[in-house]
Write a protein that binds this ligand. Structure first.
Ligand code: HEC
Length: 144
């Protein structure tokens, strides 16, 4: 529910921003005419590919908040939490993934885990790590 609301708010934000930037001309230019629907109403600028902001979701890159946090809870946190942590590595916080990214990547890449990962889970972790461990959907804006 809240995610849906966020998407709407972000869309409205972009629509408002783009509306302000349109040059004020008496006649609509050819380009503007092309993005009007059959009723002559301007099509929501947000639906035009060139104006869609890049997000991790649009690039199919996992984020910590949406996926990795849960996957960590499922696959890592039982042995790496605040009260019990093998090798002192606590993986219940985003920051520790950043701190230990090298040994973590190594372990996941070679699947050297006490409880080995499924290949799908392994791919998700690696796609996340190799794209710079984005935390939120907006963190991929600079990637492409
Ligand atoms: C069933 C328990 C268990 C789970 C689940 C587990 N680990 Fe570990 N982990 C260990 C143990 C035991 C060690 C220390 C012994 C060793 O090095 O294998 C360890 C050590 C590590 C180390 C230290 C490696 C080094 O070079 O010092 C890293 C990094 C690590 N685990 C990452 C992970 C990640 C990431 C996950 C989840 C994908 C995970 N672990 C899940 C038990 C676990």
């Amino acid at each position: 529910m809240r995610k849906g609301l966020n998407v709407i708010l972000v869309s409205l934000f972009w629509a408002a921003l783009l509306a302000c930037q349109k040059p004020k001309t008496a006649e609509p230019s050819e380009e503007e005419a092309a993005i009007q629907d059959v009723n002559g109403e301007a099509v929501d600028a947000d639906q035009q590919p060139r104006t869609t902001p890049t997000t991790c979701r649009s690039l199919n890159i996992p984020t910590y908040d949406l996926l990795i946090k849960d996957l960590s809870a499922l696959r890592c946190d039982s042995c790496h939490n605040e009260t019990f942590a093998w090798k002192g590595i606590v993986l219940t916080q985003y920051d520790s993934w950043k701190t230990y990214v090298k040994p973590i990547r190594n372990r996941i890449f070679y699947n050297l885990l006490t409880q080995p990962l499924e290949s799908g889970e392994q791919e998700i972790f690696l796609a996340w790590i190799d794209n710079g461990l984005p935390r939120m959907d907006a963190d991929c804006a600079g990637l492409k």
